[in-house]
Design a protein. Structure first.
Length: 383
């Protein structure tokens, strides 16, 4: 069944419109103007690109998060602009593509007003999965993943009861260090970490891919998105990034979603789910050209952030928020050239030892644990 093109175009708010996912989404929306219109745009601090987007799409609301940004007439400034954008009556779908914990409040606000949240901000669910799913249930909103791995799972299980699923298998590219020895990894530079073999992403997310912290975040996210126990979620390395996830059902059948590495398809599907609409953004799939497809085990001993993150998810409470905050703070230090690549995992481990048992049963408790973990990591390298 196709989408109803006779209905008015649905209003979209894009949080993080100047980032990788945000610019991808605008390319999709440019082609899908009969179905969607851009109602609100926000960016962190890239005012120049945001101006260009505003001129092209003419949204009714424009916000820039960074306080101190040069004011523009009619623009909203400061973190509150994220919440203000999603609460507008002309916004039907919120694409949350901001990076980091700052996206939590906007997700909760949108779900409380019964809106669809197309979620690319995985930290929202990692920090406060129980609170987000509760807000979704009580407010009548929808939570639709944008990550290619979770979009693949959703596409495989849509129309099927959750009890039919035996396990899900999330794929990982392996990042730029997949074949590196421990000795070589000890000398990895920032330039090495940012040289991703498959995807073009922002700097923070690219480093997360290099440490495999992103896969731990995705395991926790899958747990909350689909209500799947951690014991039924696995991760394998798939260097070609063609199979985005697999779902094994109780009868032994396995479904997988395949496609060329492009975020345009999962972005579009998050806007149209459960429908599919014609689109020319993704090139036709050629199985011969993309062969062979290979799979490998994760080398957890070389990428400790992955095991630490999954363990934090299992631990529950504030541990996932601590993991996420410590990782964000450590990656920021690495991007600034203040720590080595191998320090990221050790800082996460130390923060979890210090704060992993804090409660996580309220928004205030989660934010307190988040702040404590960030301070802990930052103060280690304050000088």
């Amino acid at each position: 069944m196709g989408a109803d093109v006779s209905a008015r175009p649905r209003g979209i708010a894009i949080l993080g419109s100047t980032g990788s996912i945000g610019t991808t989404a605008l390319r999709v929306l440019e082609r899908q103007g009969s179905r969607f219109r851009v109602a609100a745009l926000t960016a962190f601090n890239n005012a120049g690109l945001l101006e260009q987007q505003v001129a092209q799409f003419q949204p009714g609301f424009v916000g820039i998060v960074a306080n101190g940004s040069e004011p523009h007439a009619g623009w909203h400034v400061g973190p509150q602009c994220l919440v203000d954008a999603v609460q507008r009556d002309d916004v039907d779908i919120v694409l949350n593509a901001v990076v980091g914990a700052v996206g939590l409040e906007a997700t909760l606000a949108a779900l409380a007003r019964g809106k669809r949240v197309a979620l690319a901000n995985k930290e929202t669910l990692v920090m406060a999965g129980a609170l987000v799913t509760a807000a979704c249930a009580s407010g009548g909103g929808e939570l639709i993943p944008v990550d290619s791995e979770h979009s693949a799972i959703l596409q495989c299980i849509t129309g099927r009861q959750g009890v039919d699923v035996r396990r899900v298998i999330i794929t990982a590219s392996g990042g730029p260090f997949r074949e590196w020895t421990p000795e070589r990894l000890a000398d990895a530079t920032l330039e090495d970490a940012l040289r991703h073999p498959t995807w073009q992403m922002g700097r923070k997310i690219t480093v997360d891919s290099a440490t495999l912290a992103n896969k731990a975040l995705e395991v926790i996210e899958a747990h909350f998105l689909f209500g799947i126990p951690y014991d039924q979620i696995e991760v394998v390395v798939h260097p070609q990034s063609i199979v985005h996830s697999l779902v094994e059902f109780v009868d032994g059948s396995v479904l997988a979603q395949l496609g060329v590495p492009s975020m345009e398809l999962p972005v579009l599907y998050a806007l149209t789910h459960p429908d599919r609409v014609p689109d020319s953004g993704v090139q036709p799939f050629d199985p011969v050209a993309h062969s062979p497809l290979t799979f490998e085990k994760i080398r957890s001993e070389q990428f400790p952030a992955f095991a630490l993150g999954v363990a934090a998810g299992r631990r529950g409470g504030a541990a996932p928020a601590v993991f996420n905050a410590a990782n964000e703070a450590a990656v920021s230090l690495f991007l600034d050239g203040r720590i080595r690549f191998q320090n990221i995992g050790s800082l996460i481990a130390s923060a979890l030892d210090a704060f992993g048992d804090l409660p996580g049963d309220s928004r205030e408790a989660i934010l307190a644990a988040d702040s404590a973990a960030r301070r802990f990591v930052q103060e280690r390298f304050a000088c």
